[in-house]
Design a protein around this ligand. Structure first.
Ligand code: ADP
Ligand code: MG
Length: 696
């Protein structure tokens, strides 16, 4: 029988091929199963009705009831629509920036509306931006006091696929499918942990009858998600321990001669320790799968190079992969200097590499005359063949999927190359095991000596002149400056405009300073050109989006100004700050914000001002990110969960981990009948992953 849950969503009433395609592209929803696992990110609580006089700035989403009047279009910088919303206790302003025509047509005077929205409070004045409005219906038959709200995208909304539409789809789908939802956890396990059955959990996560059932549903689904994650990680580890023989590399003569003559500084204790750990792996006879985590500026590149020397010393080749062209280019340049002093051949291969050069590189890799290749995911192309790939170094692994890593391993026919993953996203050590359960973890927890801690300060937009004065002084002393604007996908065009406006302002404020600009919409070659100019000091001020986030290294850059800092996640702010303070000059990070900060933004900013310690920041970051904050999780990019939240769910995580370990001990092959739901679910997860890796 064809499982009902595998039915394509285009067969749902009201969807059809074009909406189905959009849902696929925007939210990756293909089948009924995908849909029912697309959980609400919050709920409208219809059980609580507020009055305007009760509103406070700290409130999240509220429900009001009242009438709308004085609808008018206002033209200031941007055209917008405003209106008054009144109940018996007061009045607020409603504001729209988009879909003005449609809203104008829809609003009826002297009609009672129910409003949902997040109040923005400025002193006495309260407004709602793009509130949700429904005509109030008395005694409406609404079983649900908690109504689901789903994340959608601008593109979907423009085709009327909004949260309410998704709620309707969910209800249809669940009605059809509720009797066909397979249980994924064995009964015994569910009883032991008092977990709700899966059908009820899915029903209650979308349409909870009450808060208690909602929290049971959540707990069950979180457990399931974490349990299967743990199980997969344990399996990966087991497979690796069993099968993956690794080539033994123990030649240290290159390492020694580099230590003797080429090393530009003394290594920190932490660098030495991590290199030793890597050396142990390389000569163990097993394939290395090691993650090196170290704060920005802790010197991961040098650790990578020293590891390369061990492999190259034994005649093998090395690949290093970075997530962007810019970073690949930078790695290439820093490694090139070291490599050349050791007469080691090195080349850069990206999507931009010209055909002739590319062919030369491919040949040299195949014949073995090229020893180090640095590149982007272009390295994963099937045409790239090595004579003997001994080590793959992957920088900033959170941007690459595990699948992509796996692909690189299979490049070797004779044995699997050793894999070294490097990340600057420090995570609390207790969680490292979970995040990277299939990797061994080394931590560089010491900064090179002589570094002065970066001074971080917070200024409001109104203090901009003062900040500009400071920048002038720095640049007069030939120091360089970054000014970073946020770029958040949901409103890319708007942010882009922000950046361009900012650029023009800055050009006006610093007429005599050579200024560069770099952003994600530029061609890679243009980006590289702009970056080069900055590296060489031809431009003193670089206006950019977060493309400079990771890894970029310009020691003479001493100031980074982050505009709209309240819009960045904490780990991203920390990453950005790491762009300065890379030499021995005193460096500054200036966080600019509007004067209205909510409590979380305030704590993020205060944390940045208080500490430079990436681990402390990671802790606060985890604590601050609420369960529904999908954006935060994705931005930090550590791992995407549908519902679990590592900041909140440590207990569930522990339980799931213990359970998974027990299972692996008792029935690793999952052959016992009562474990068959688990085997089926793992199959299902695996085929899903394969599917995605083949598409993206
Ligand atoms: P990250 O860990 O952020 O990748 P890098 O490897 O780019 O850091 O190193 C940052 C800077 O510090 C580079 O300019 C590098 O040459 C320098 N560096 C690395 N290790 C040391 C050290 N032990 N002493 C002094 N400077 C170092
Ligand atoms: Mg780096």
């Amino acid at each position: 029988m064809f499982p009902l849950l595998k039915t394509k969503i285009e067969y749902l009433q009201g969807v059809g091929p074009s909406k189905a395609l959009l849902l696929q592209q925007e939210l990756r929803l293909h089948t009924f199963e995908d849909l029912v696992q697309y959980y609400p990110f919050r709920y409208k609580d219809r059980s609580q009705l507020y009055t305007i006089s009760q509103l406070k700035s700290s409130m999240d989403y509220v429900q009001l009831r009242g009438t709308i009047s004085h609808v008018q279009t206002v033209r200031t910088e941007k055209k917008r629509l405003i209106a008054r919303f009144k109940d018996e206790t007061g009045e607020v302003t409603l504001v729209w920036f988009k879909g003005l025509q449609w809203i104008l047509k829809k609003i009826r005077p002297s009609t009672l509306y129910t409003l949902f929205g997040k109040p923005a409070v400025y002193g006495e004045h309260i407004s709602f931006i793009h509130p949700e409005l429904e005509i109030f219906v008395l005694n409406r038959d609404d079983n649900y006091c908690l109504f689901p709200v789903y994340l959608t995208t601008e593109k979907l909304k423009s085709k009327h696929v909004d949260s309410n539409f998704l709620a309707k789809l969910q209800r249809n789908t669940l009605t059809k499918a509720i009797d066909h939802i397979p249980e994924t956890l064995p009964d015994q396990l569910r009883q032991q942990y008092k977990l709700m059955d899966r059908s009820s959990a899915l029903l209650n996560i979308h349409f909870p009858k009450n808060h208690a059932l909602l929290s049971q549903a959540r707990r069950r689904l979180k457990f399931e998600e974490l349990f299967y994650l743990q199980l997969q990680l344990l399996q990966l580890k087991q497979v690796r321990m069993k099968k993956r023989q690794g080539k033994i590399f123990r030649a240290v003569h290159l390492l020694q001669s580099f230590y003797a003559s080429g090393l530009p500084f003394t290594l920190t204790g932490a660098q030495k320790r991590v290199v030793r750990e890597i050396y142990q792996d390389l000569r163990s006879g097993y394939q290395m799968n090691r993650l090196v985590q170290g704060d920005v500026g802790s010197g991961k590149t040098m650790v990578a190079f020293l590891s390369m020397l061990i492999c190259i010393g034994s005649g093998a080749q090395v690949a290093m992969m970075a997530p962007t062209e810019l970073l690949a280019e930078q790695h290439y340049q820093s490694l090139q200097a070291f490599a050349e002093s050791m007469h080691i051949t090195i080349a850069l291969l990206t999507g931009d590499t010209k055909k002739k050069k590319r062919n030369e590189i491919l040949d040299a890799l195949q014949t073995g005359t090229l020893q180090i290749v640095v590149g982007t995911h272009a390295l994963l192309n099937a045409a790239v063949k090595f004579k003997e790939l001994g080590l793959a170094v992957i920088d900033e692994q959170h941007r690459f999927g595990v699948m992509q890593r796996a692909q690189l391993w299979t490049k070797m026919s004779a044995y699997f190359p050793h894999v070294l993953v490097m990340t600057a996203t420090p995570i609390p050590r207790t969680l490292a095991m979970t995040f990277y359960g299939d990797l061994d973890v080394s931590t560089i927890d010491e900064m090179p000596t002589g570094r002065r801690p970066i001074k971080t300060v917070h200024y409001y937009d109104a203090q901009r002149l003062k900040v500009f004065q400071f920048l002038k002084k720095q640049m007069a002393a030939a120091r360089q400056v970054y000014i970073v604007y946020p770029l958040i996908e949901a409103s890319e065009t708007l942010d882009y405009k922000n950046l361009i406006d900012g650029y023009e302002n800055i050009c006006r404020a610093f007429p005599e300073v050579p200024i560069g600009m770099i952003h994600g919409q530029m061609r890679a070659a243009d980006k590289a050109y702009e970056m080069q100019r900055f590296v060489k000091g031809e431009t003193l001020l670089m206006v950019s989006t977060t493309v400079i986030e990771v890894g970029v290294d310009v020691p003479n850059a001493t100031v980074i100004v982050i505009e709209n800092a309240e819009r960045f996640g904490l780990s991203q702010l920390h990453q950005l700050r790491g762009r300065v303070g890379r030499g021995n000059l005193q460096a500054y990070c200036i966080l600019m914000t509007g004067d209205q900060l909510n409590s979380k933004s305030r704590e993020r900013i205060q944390t940045m001002v208080r500490t430079n310690d990436g681990f402390e920041i990671a802790d606060v970051d985890l604590r601050l990110r609420g369960p529904g904050d999908l954006l935060g999780v994705q931005q930090s990019g550590i791992l995407e969960f549908k519902i679990a939240d590592l900041a909140q769910d440590e207990k569930i995580l522990q339980a799931a981990r213990i359970m998974a370990q027990q299972l692996m001990q008792e029935d690793a092959a999952l052959l016992q009948p009562h474990n068959s739901p688990i085997r089926a679910q793992l199959e299902c997860i695996r085929s899903h992953k394969m599917h995605w890796s083949s598409i993206s």
